[in-house]
Each structure stands twice: as C-alpha cells, then as structure tokens.
Design a protein. Structure first.
Length: 119
C-alpha cells in the first residue's frame, strides 16, 4: 500500500510541474491565436524600405516610419494592408495575425518594394 501511494504522489507532482510549465511558457495557447506582442520597425529613407525584408512572428506589429523628405505609402501587393500616405516624420503600423509572405510597395515610387515574412 505504501508503494502505490508513493507512485501516485510522484505522478501528481509530475502532472503539476507539467501544467505549471505550460502556463508559464505560454504553450497552452492555441497556435492560431498566439500573440507575441512584439513590435518591429521598418524605416523609410533614401527612397527605400530598410530592411527590405523583415521576418517576424505571428502577432507582431510592424511600424513603418518615414524618415525621408517626401511622402510615401506602405501598401501590400495583395491589398491586405494599406497605411495610406505617410508624410515625413509620420508612422503607420500593421499587426500580422497570419503566417505567410507579404510583399508591399510604395504606390508613389513604384521602385520601392519590401517584404514581411511572418512565421
């Protein structure tokens, strides 16, 4: 009888430790709704997006800041996001909620292109 009580106690401890691990690491969240809460930036200057390609996690908010001397837009090629016209010193953001590759461009200066990769 003592041995079975000991085994039950060890199993209970393992279960409690496992549940606490899941709670504190966030692994109990649904993969489709996990939000990192991170913010990443892209700078607009010298008629380009810097970095040209940025890789982020699902749930990341990307903020574009226009540090150029002229207006620019940030418009996804597939129409998912459009931050409108950003004047010098202005910023705009978009939060990526699904994995994928999101190419974008400036509609004013069509040679300006960038890509956000969401994993």
């Amino acid at each position: 009888m003592k041995t079975s009580n000991w085994v039950i106690a060890v199993i209970a401890i393992v279960i409690v430790v496992g549940v606490l691990f899941l709670i504190f690491t966030g692994m109990n969240k649904n993969p489709g709704t996990t939000s990192t809460g991170d913010t990443k930036s892209v700078t607009i200057k010298n008629l380009s997006f810097e970095p040209v390609t940025r890789t982020v996690s699902v749930g990341t908010k990307v903020t574009w800041t226009n540090n150029d001397s002229m207006d620019h837009t940030v418009t996804s090629d597939d129409g998912i996001f459009n931050l409108g016209t950003l004047g010098p010193g202005q910023s705009g953001s978009y939060t990526f909620t699904s994995s994928g590759t999101y190419p974008y461009h400036c509609t004013i200066h069509t040679s300006m292109k960038g890509t956000i990769i969401v994993k």
